[in-house]
Design a protein around this ligand. Structure first.
Ligand SMILES: *Cc1c(COP(=O)(O)O)cnc(C)c1O
Length: 399
């Protein structure tokens, strides 16, 4: 509709701004790029919108963000969810919301994502809370939490990159007993294989950049929790501006549509690749929670549903960093890229990538060796993936 004007300047600004009212409902939601809305002649509606009751300014609430939040809350079995510009923004928001005070303790996974570790270390130094790193998949962690009485336990399930599986039910009981909040970064299994809130966690965190998006084309992060716990996270997002963009939210929701069927296929392929790798004499250890030989296989069977996920890790016998770089250059089908959750198979040298921000002694304590390779198994033919990985291993073995 064009405004009543003959001025090209006015028409250039206002013509084509509004579609006629229509009963049609698009199958796919529109991408709302407008940062701001007006309410024609209804100032009260505008006033209410500024309190978050309608869409008016996209740092407060935004259409594509809200649709994605509705979808993630549903998948996580949560009352509510909030999405952020990245997984790290989501992690940080949870720590901020729990606001550990000087002298209070925060427990994190000793064998988790290196960037999370460094973020928490940086926050602990600045704010004076005490950071305790534990291997949360070990049975002793539950007892330690009861002794430490932390403010917050930030677990990773399944851990990046060694694929350890903590018993979230046991951790949540220990947390409840001492009044600690339990946040679980469940990026690796995604809500298709694990709904951490239903196992007793207070916050379920995702880097949606990975499996939820599924196609390596949008950064994002989410936190699912009760309405009461999500409300302050949304309030802080409004103040800090850590919002996801509309196109990123739209792409992520598009990925969510196929998450369960993709995860089923990724898991089946990963299981086949892990089986093939575990038969190779050129490898030391193969890590996959679905292998009966995996240290936490029994826990994984209780904690994960419908599959064990798309991540596999393995150690190349006798390999140093140089040999691992040779492996990365030797793959032909897989791509050497430091992320996961794509439709294509991605491989990465853990010590120099996901664990890069850890100190050598932290890596050693976590059990992340120089010969450890992490694989995000894609949707290609799983035997072709295994063949490719094994030929690249062979090309650097005995060097
Ligand atoms: C990638 C990742 C993150 C960080 O997410 P970004 O979206 O890159 O900020 C956090 N936790 C885990 C387990 C991850 O794999």
């Amino acid at each position: 509709m064009a405004p009543a004007s003959k001025s090209l300047r006015t028409l250039a600004v206002h013509a084509g701004g509004l579609l006629k009212a229509s009963r049609s409902v698009p199958i796919v939601p529109a991408i709302h790029v407008s940062t701001v809305s007006h309410f024609a002649d209804d100032s009260e509606a505008l006033d209410a919108a500024l309190d978050g009751k309608d869409f008016v300014y996209s740092r407060i609430t935004a259409q594509n963000t809200t649709l994605l939040e509705d979808a993630i809350a549903a998948l996580e079995g949560a009352e509510d969810a909030v999405v952020f510009a990245s997984g790290m923004a989501a992690v940080r928001a949870v720590v901020d919301a729990e606001a550990p005070r000087p002298g209070e303790k925060v427990v994190i996974a000793a064998d988790g994502y290196g960037v999370t570790r460094l973020l928490l270390k940086t926050m602990a130094d600045a704010r004076g809370f005490e950071l305790v790193a534990l291997k949360l998949s070990e049975a002793s962690a539950v007892e330690r939490i009861r002794e430490l009485k932390p403010r917050l336990v930030l677990a990773e399930s399944v851990t990046n990159p060694l694929l350890s599986v903590p018993d979230i039910t046991a951790l949540s009981e220990a947390c409840r007993a001492v009044g600690a909040a339990l946040a679980v970064d469940g990026t690796f299994p995604s809500p298709a294989h694990q709904q951490a809130l239903l196992l007793g966690a207070d916050y379920a965190i995702q880097s949606t950049t990975k499996w939820l998006n599924g196609h390596s084309d949008a950064l994002g992060g989410s936190v699912a929790a009760s309405k009461a716990q999500v409300a302050p996270l949304k309030r802080m997002r409004l103040l800090e501006g850590t919002v996801i963009g509309p196109f990123e939210a739209w792409l992520t929701l598009r990925g969510v549509r196929t998450l369960p069927v993709r995860m089923k296929a990724h898991s089946e392929h990963a299981a086949q690749v892990a089986r093939r790798l575990s038969e190779s004499p050129l490898l030391d250890r193969v890590y996959y929670p679905g292998l009966p030989s995996h240290q936490h296989h029994a826990v994984a069977r209780r904690m994960l549903q419908g599959g064990f996920g798309g991540m596999v890790a393995f150690e190349i016998k006798g390999a140093d960093r140089q040999a691992c770089f040779g492996f990365l250059e030797g793959v032909r089908l897989a791509r050497a890229a430091p992320s996961l959750g794509d439709v294509a198979t991605l491989v990465m040298h853990a010590a120099s990538a996901s664990a890069r921000r850890m100190t050598p002694s932290e890596r050693e304590a976590a059990g992340i060796g120089e010969n450890l390779i992490r694989v995000s198994v894609g949707l290609e033919d799983p035997d072709e993936i295994a063949d490719d990985l094994l030929q690249a291993v062979a090309s650097v073995s005995g060097r």
